[in-house]
Design a protein around this ligand. Structure first.
Ligand code: CP
Length: 305
């Protein structure tokens, strides 16, 4: 790979290869195995034009675990606040000799714009409503740790699907690997166009009745209502009742069903406290550990020595 911008265009074998590398990195991400040297002093630039906790910190941690160095650039305290563009910023940073640029931005397609403007590898850390490909790797990796394979498994992704880069990338990855994806939410937030992602034995179905959608699932991924992307205006006051994962709903799930959420969570809106913190079912913090392992895998693949 020259860049890592999208899951949608990644062949099944490439996804599986990254997942296998991620699996092997988990003990390093947990601090149980020694750090590695694949980046051997190389410098990675984290360009985060949009706020982040998990993605930014896990890319930083991944670089450290691979023996590299990393710096962060955010709008506050940089010339981005003076109006310098995404691409101009990236071009200047590239001239400092960085090995790769990790970019998060609010513009759908922004990571590709940066990749077209520089020669070094670019990693998409979430671009607008478009994609969040490393999140998809960590989501599937978390599911595979549980189930071995996602092929034939049924995963419900619930909430603000249309505005969600997490849902788009996860749906592509899961369908490519033969899972059955149910995309669930208010019709205003679930575009039927997602059903076209179905491929091979992997299916994608849109639904608007959460209780029906939860029948027979193996995992449930709850999504944050993205108030900053105007989704707040599209949800009604009964959102929690219609689409929230409440203890009552969880009590009706089969014992093996696990719960994911990419974070940050709106507790009491899409997910209740007792569900988010359920010690038996919640894998929400496990996803974060897999996030470090997944980002290590991508960095090693693109710029490892
Ligand atoms: N899941 C995720 O992208 O979280 P952050 O916005 O905190 O990086």
């Amino acid at each position: 790979m020259a860049d890592f911008l999208t899951i949608a265009e990644l062949p099944r074998q490439e996804i599986l290869r990254l997942l296998e590398a991620t699996r092997k990195n988990v003990p390093v991400a947990e601090g149980r195995s020694p750090n590695r040297t694949a980046l051997n002093g190389r410098v990675i630039a984290n360009l985060f034009f949009e706020d982040s906790t998990r993605t930014r910190c896990s890319f930083e941690t991944a670089v450290h675990r691979l023996g590299g160095q990393v710096f962060n650039l955010t709008p506050s305290g940089s010339s981005i606040s003076k109006g310098e563009s995404l691409v101009d910023t990236a071009r200047n940073i590239e001239c400092m000799g960085v090995a790769a640029i990790v970019v998060r931005c609010a513009v759908s397609g922004g990571a590709k714009m940066v990749a077209d403007g520089v020669k070094c590898p670019v990693i998409n850390a979430g671009d607008g409503r478009h994609e969040h490909p490393t999140q998809a790797i960590l989501d599937v990796s978390t599911l595979m740790e549980e189930f071995g394979s996602v092929e034939g498994r049924t995963i419900a992704i619930v909430g603000d699907i249309t505005n969600s880069r997490v849902a788009r990338s996860a749906t592509h990855a899961l369908a490519t690997l033969g899972a059955h994806v149910r995309l669930v939410g208010p019709p205003t937030l679930v575009s039927k166009a997602f059903e076209r992602i179905s491929q091979g034995s992997g299916t994608v179905t849109t639904m608007s009745n959460l209780d029906r959608a939860l029948e027979g699932v193996d995992a449930v991924m709850m999504l944050r209502v993205q108030f900053e992307r105007a989704a707040g205006g599209a949800i009604s006051s009964d959102y929690r009742q219609m689409f929230g994962l409440t203890p009552d709903r969880v009590a009706r799930l089969a014992p093996h069903v696990i719960i994911l959420h990419p974070g940050p969570m709106n507790r009491g809106i899409e997910i209740d406290d007792g569900v988010a913190d359920d010690p038996q079912r919640s894998r929400i913090l496990r996803q974060v550990t897999h996030g470090v392992a997944a980002r290590m895998a991508v960095l090693e693949d693109l710029v490892g020595v």
